[in-house]
Design a binder for this molecule. Structure first.
Ligand code: ADP
Ligand code: MG
Length: 464
């Protein structure tokens, strides 16, 4: 027997696209998170009052759902993780996918989200498990083409469906061991009148999928697009409802892809997996530093090598700077993969402490390979690269630099110095210029000589 669902009342709300806070009227700036022009108008269907009041009465009066239990009786889940077949991904996840975990996989278009998604579900299929790939973006034929190219197991089930209610019903019927939704922005609920991809839709659909994943202890992966601003389109709230958030980084053209865990309820955050995009899919890269430095120009000015720490692993990256005489009254400052404010501060420090007259130059600073570096430990390498370009003198090829630089031009100690130095030595570097304070407490690896510098002017005297 069928019952008609209660007629939903539609109301208009004003929702912030950054933090999903609701406002009674439109405002130019969100009261909650302070973001400008992030509030958009949306129509949402209200739930019938009765349902809401029942829920409250259960919560207050009766004993429903879970019971309190001593921690001693809680079973750890670590042994139940399923490996994905991609070692780097497993490491980022903390050892594999946890049952009932929901993972958000974000990144720019074309970065490889569908590729890795298909590789994951195909891994489950290869192990003889039911794997379901819900494709709202591509037709089954397109998915098949990719699967052929990647050499995927053909028992993967593909569902070209975008309606949430139908997706949930199919998932219940098929009961897969893994579910992948590509992408969450294409899924929409019939119960809401707003368009697919809107804040309300994305939030409600993700919440429903999370409930189902938890109820069935099924690992679920949601693919999400990243907007121009670098957040996953629609609400940041998506990051709050899922267990794990992974972002793909890397250059479209280049083959290298970094997968970063920005949130992880079941493992380490800030851990980074490195992959290479090949015709047959994403491949684990164990020796990323070598790959990152492979195209480093020999004898060119403005290039400095910086051993960064991503999660727990060291990575050697190349900082490139180009200082070119400017014809503009306001010279240009362009950065790629680095914080623009940080570069502005470092430029001012170099100007003041080393007298390079950078205000007469356009300045471009980037990290090669499409990688983002946020560590202040990069300061010394950035300054060395800028100095080298401004003076048009190449830095020695076999030197790495790290150290944080303060406003007074002082070079401050940084963490994980020995790990950085070991990685540099492993790749054949013979010298490191590091903070003097760090040098004093350190045992450098054999074959690597270390020079400590206390200030920016010290650095310039050491170099030139
Ligand atoms: N024939 C091919 N050989 C090698 N790489 C390819 C090939 N076709 C596509 N790619 C890679 O796959 C990427 C697209 O991956 P995809 O998983 O569809 O991205 P997303 O789902 O994040 O938009 C392309 O940018 C390209 O790097
Ligand atoms: Mg895709």
């Amino acid at each position: 027997m069928w019952f008609l669902p209660p007629v939903a009342r539609i109301r208009t709300v004003f929702v912030c696209q950054q933090c999903a806070a609701e406002h009674p009227k439109w405002v130019g700036r969100c009261n909650e998170c302070g973001a400008w022009e992030s509030v958009v108008e949306e129509a949402v269907a209200e739930k019938p009052k009765a349902a809401a009041s029942t829920r409250t009465s259960i919560a207050v009066g009766g004993v429903a759902g879970a019971k309190p239990i001593p921690l001693a009786r809680v079973e750890p889940q670590a042994h139940r993780r399923t490996t994905t077949g991609l070692e780097e991904l497993d490491r980022v996840l903390g050892g594999g996918l946890v049952p009932g975990s929901v993972t958000l996989l974000g990144g720019d278009p074309g970065i490889g989200k569908s590729t890795i998604g298909l590789q994951i579900v195909a891994g489950f299929a290869r192990a003889g498990k039911t794997a379901l790939y819900v494709s709202g973006e591509e037709s089954p034929e397109q998915v098949k083409l990719r699967a052929d190219r990647l050499g995927c197991d053909e028992s993967v089930l593909v569902l070209p469906e975008t309606c949430l209610e139908d997706v949930l019903a199919h998932v219940e019927a098929v009961s897969p061991a893994i579910l992948l939704i590509d992408s969450i922005q294409t899924v929409h609920s019939r119960e809401l009148s707003s368009a697919a991809g809107s804040v309300a839709q994305v939030r409600e659909c993700a919440a429903a999928l999370v409930r189902q994943a938890k109820a069935r202890a099924r690992p679920t992966i949601l693919v999400g697009h990243v907007t121009k601003e670098g957040t996953i389109a629609g609400p940041r709230v998506l990051e709050h409802v899922v267990d794990t958030v992974l972002y793909f980084e890397g250059e479209q053209g280049g083959g290298l892809r970094l997968l970063r865990a920005v949130k992880n309820r079941f493992g380490p955050t800030n851990e980074v997996g490195v992959f290479e995009m090949e015709e047959t899919g994403l491949k684990d890269v164990a020796d990323a530093s070598r790959l990152l430095l492979a195209e480093r120009p020999a004898g060119a000015s403005g290039s400095a090598v910086f051993p960064t720490i991503e999660g727990t692993r060291p990575l050697l990256v190349e900082v490139q700077a180009l200082a070119a005489r400017s014809a503009l009254a306001m010279p240009r400052r362009t950065t790629l993969g680095l914080d623009a404010n940080r570069i502005a501060v470092l430029t001012a420090i170099v100007d003041k402490r080393a007298g390079l007259k950078l205000y007469e130059h356009d300045l471009f600073v980037s990290i090669a390979g499409g990688i983002r570096v946020q560590e202040p430990a990069a300061d010394l390498a950035i300054i060395a690269a800028i100095g080298s370009s401004a003076r048009d003198t190449p830095l020695p090829q076999d030197v790495v630099f790290f150290g944080e630089v303060g406003l007074a031009g002082e070079v401050r100690a940084v963490r994980h110095a020995e790990t950085r130095l070991r990685e540099a030595r492993k790749l054949g570097f013979e010298r490191a210029i590091i903070p003097a304070a760090t040098e004093r407490q350190l045992r450098p690896p054999d074959g690597l000589s270390v020079s400590g510098v206390a200030s920016v002017s010290d650095l310039f005297t050491t170099l030139w």
